[in-house]
Design a protein around this ligand. Structure first.
Ligand code: MEZ
Length: 526
């Protein structure tokens, strides 16, 4: 059926929905709902890791194949360095930029290597805001408790305490650098409420918060004349005879050659794994999100945390086809946008935690209350025109200019027509285990941002990722610089890789997967 015909139900039921009581879930209902419908609980999608630091733990098959894949480097690879530095930062998103700026400020010689261009990352795609307790009514303790509850109490308490307590100083740092967060008429920072949060705590820059933060961080990296290696993807770490990290090998994508960097400390800020499309899900992630850092750290012997849990953001675009999986910010639900099924009913508190909202959407679609497009995709409606209806004409355009533009390119006016959405693979809740300074279990190897794990437990709250990358970017950058000042450059070997390969052989694993994959392979085989 024509999409406009299908949309009619949303307009027709708006008044009735205003009176509707939304279903309330008890803790037991929530658990049951998640276990039944959340993709984290589809047993067939999982298998145990055969060897390595997390041997025996379950993860999705796509990630297991990646972690057990082989390095592109031969054992006798020439490790003569092309560059020597104190701190090598791998990744040009928010965590990488924060790390390199703080390491540089601490006096270290630094290099920032990035797979694509500086700034190409999930950070620029973060829309709805950054959680920091900045108001009188809020506190880091409340932020801590909300996040712990959202993460099913599985968050690393020390990491979480560090993040929420350092939030206000991060806001100050970013404002000082020139980030233009939204303000109220009286000039105070404007805060919004995100899903699973008890207080309004989101600092925003319209619906392009991550882009605004990256605008400033990129400028600062350029202003500070940080040495950049763009289009250079890390493919392997280097270690000395004790297994301590001593640098990395990069693949120079422009010149199709390998580049060896000797570094006293290395910080991985390589982001997530959306482009592995686990369980066939579309993703909101950028093209470089292929889990490179996880695989390299695993080969180096660093333990991973929570490798069995992923975040499926409730609102990924389902229509038009060109936008499949693209993020439709939670900010729209924060401002009152209803989720509506094919019967014209609300079916969940739109500001519940993401795992609950996504599970409810999947349930509606599985039980026949979804809306099917002509190409056979299924989703539920997000009533975007409701915002104009409730708050006055022009609200959608004023508050969500990036979202409006994204759909306008395909002739869709989201202030008039609701948006069809379905959960999209958005975030890896876990990652490399780190301490509060960002150091992994492999000495002198630091990890910041989405590639690290433990902070968010089993479900991240909206806006905590932007704070995570700034706090742990800063802490890993400063600590890696201070550590480097105490070290001389270690030997460059592939000893850890030899051990990894021997372990694979002993476990009977022979993989034809070469990893990192660097970029997703979308070309059709034929
Ligand atoms: O933190 C996020 O994932 C985020 C802010 C997303 C969004 O819906 O805008």
């Amino acid at each position: 059926m024509d999409i406009h015909k299908l949309q009619e139900i949303v307009h027709k039921t708006r008044d009735a929905r205003r009176q509707q009581t939304i279903p309330k879930y008890s803790p037991a209902d929530r658990d049951q709902l998640i276990k039944k419908f959340h993709p984290d609980f589809r047993g067939a999608a999982y298998r145990p890791l055969t060897f390595g630091p997390n041997a025996g733990e379950m993860t999705v098959r796509e990630l297991a194949a990646l972690l057990e894949g082989d390095s592109p480097l031969p054992a006798d690879f020439d490790l003569t360095p092309h560059y020597t530095t104190d701190v090598l930062v791998v990744g040009g998103g928010g965590a990488g930029c924060a790390a390199v700026l703080h390491a540089h400020a601490a006096g270290a010689k630094v290099i920032l290597a990035t797979k694509l261009r500086l700034g190409d990352s999930n950070t620029v795609m973060a829309q709805g805001g950054m959680q920091i307790a900045v108001t009188q009514e809020d506190s880091p303790v409340t932020h801590f408790l909300d996040t712990l509850k959202g993460g099913h109490m599985k968050n690393d308490h020390q990491l979480l305490k560090t993040m929420v307590e350092e939030g206000p100083s991060i806001a100050k740092w970013l404002l000082g650098l020139g980030v233009l967060f939204d303000r109220d008429a009286d000039g105070n920072l404007h805060v919004k409420k995100g899903g699973g949060s008890s207080k309004p705590r989101l600092l925003t820059a319209s619906d392009y918060t991550g882009l605004e933060i990256m605008r400033v961080l990129k400028d600062e990296v350029l202003n500070q004349k940080i040495q950049l290696l763009e289009f250079c993807a890390a493919v392997e770490l280097l270690s000395n005879e004790n297994g301590t990290c001593t640098g990395a090998v990069l693949r120079d994508l422009d010149n199709q050659r390998y580049v060896v960097v000797a570094a006293k400390t290395v910080i991985l800020a390589t982001g997530g794994i959306g482009r592995l499309h686990i369980q066939g899900f579309p993703t909101s992630n950028h093209y470089g999100a292929t889990g490179d850092g996880l695989a390299m750290a695993y080969r180096m012997g660093a333990k991973l945390m929570h490798v069995d849990t992923f975040q499926y953001h409730p609102s990924g675009a389902v229509y038009p086809e060109q936008l499949i999986g693209a993020l439709v910010t939670e900010g729209i639900r924060s401002e009152g946008g209803h989720l509506v099924n094919a019967k014209g009913e609300r079916f969940v508190n739109e500001l519940d935690t993401r795992d609950v909202v996504s599970s409810s959407i999947i349930r509606e679609c599985k039980e026949g209350r979804g809306i099917r497009t002509m190409s056979g995709r299924v989703g539920v409606w997000l009533d975007t025109p409701l915002l104009d209806a409730e708050q006055g004409p022009g609200t959608v355009k004023k508050h969500f200019p990036a979202m409006v533009m994204q759909f306008e390119r395909f002739g869709i006016d989201i202030s008039k027509d609701p948006v069809l959405i379905y959960p999209t693979l958005h975030y890896q809740n876990g990652g490399v285990k780190i301490d509060t300074n960002g150091e992994s279990e492999a000495k002198n190897l630091f990890v910041a941002g989405e590639a690290s794990g433990g902070l968010h437990g089993r479900n991240r709250l909206m806006g905590n990722s932007l704070l995570d990358i700034m706090v742990f970017g800063k802490r890993s950058g400063s600590t890696a610089a201070a550590r480097a000042a105490t070290l001389s450059q270690g030997a460059l070997t592939l000893g850890h890789l030899d051990r990894f390969r021997a372990e694979a052989k002993k476990s009977g694993v022979s993989s034809d997967v070469i990893c990192p994959m660097i970029l997703p392979a979308y070309a059709r085989k034929e």
